[in-house]
Ligand binder design. Structure first.
Ligand code: URA
Length: 247
């Protein structure tokens, strides 16, 4: 049942950010040796984000705009997208059976985006995608305590002891971890709001599984302060506003 647990680490590589020292970046991208690159820097031939760059220790990342004389060495734009993921679409970039979330996007640079916190095939709601590895890492790192809010529909009635069960955390034998305290609010007998501060494989389904209560509907409402836009129908997406990115 838990075979997909092995996918837990699969997104890690794509989330690493690409930071490098400026002299190294130029050397790798032009084939010019580093000694020569340093001379070029000293002569004021390099610009980073429009500013003269003379410091060899300056660190650049994948979104730094870098020019050597009139030649643009790098000009990547950061992209941030929210998608209303429908049920039945897979949170992956390639899949031979199902439509993927990337198939739903209209952005020209969609192939360069990675998913920030996957949702299961039968989960709907807010899915964030970006090409900015540092941004996604901050959102997903449990240390930053970014809450992910879900609306959950259950097969059997809820009872108040669910609240303490979620708050105490649950031991997951496969990963040998205890889940972080999670918040559960009972909305009505069959509906709860759950806030998680991490993203374990099938976490909500497994947690309700401890109460032998199958999840029959799961929808993500928000990630931190970024809330799914009510105007987006399932399958629709839009770019994030600068305010949402900063949140
Ligand atoms: N927990 C689950 O079980 N599935 C999801 O898609 C998200 C959280």
């Amino acid at each position: 049942m838990l075979t997909g647990l092995h996918r837990l680490t699969s997104g890690k590589k794509e989330m690493e950010s690409k930071r490098a020292r400026l002299d190294r970046f130029i050397s790798v991208n032009t084939g010019i040796n580093r000694k020569h690159v340093r001379l070029m820097l000293a002569k004021g031939r390099v610009r980073v984000d429009g500013e003269l760059a003379r410091d060899i220790d300056q660190v650049v990342d994948e979104f730094s705009h870098i020019c050597l004389d009139d030649k643009v060495l790098q000009a990547n734009e950061a992209s941030y997208v929210m998608l209303h993921k429908p049920v039945g679409v897979v949170s992956a970039t390639i899949d031979d059976k199902h439509r993927t979330v990337i198939d739903l996007l209209e952005q020209d640079d969609k192939e360069s985006l990675h998913i920030v916190g996957r949702l299961d095939l039968n989960t709907s709601g807010l899915l964030l995608l970006t090409n900015d590895g540092r941004w996604s890492k901050r959102l997903m790192d449990p240390e930053h305590k970014v809450g992910k809010l879900y609306r959950v529909h259950l097969q059997n009635p809820l009872t108040p002891d669910y609240i303490s069960g979620f708050a105490q955390g649950m031991y997951f034998e496969f990963e040998d971890i205890t889940t972080l305290p999670a918040e559960l609010e009972i909305i009505d007998s069959y509906t709860a709001l759950v806030t998680l501060y991490e993203g374990r494989y099938h976490q909500i389904k497994r947690m309700f599984g401890r109460f032998r209560n199958p999840v029959i509907g799961l929808h993500r409402i928000s990630v931190g302060n970024i809330v799914l836009d009510n105007n987006l129908k399932p399958g629709e997406s839009r770019v994030l506003t600068p305010k949402e990115i900063a949140l």
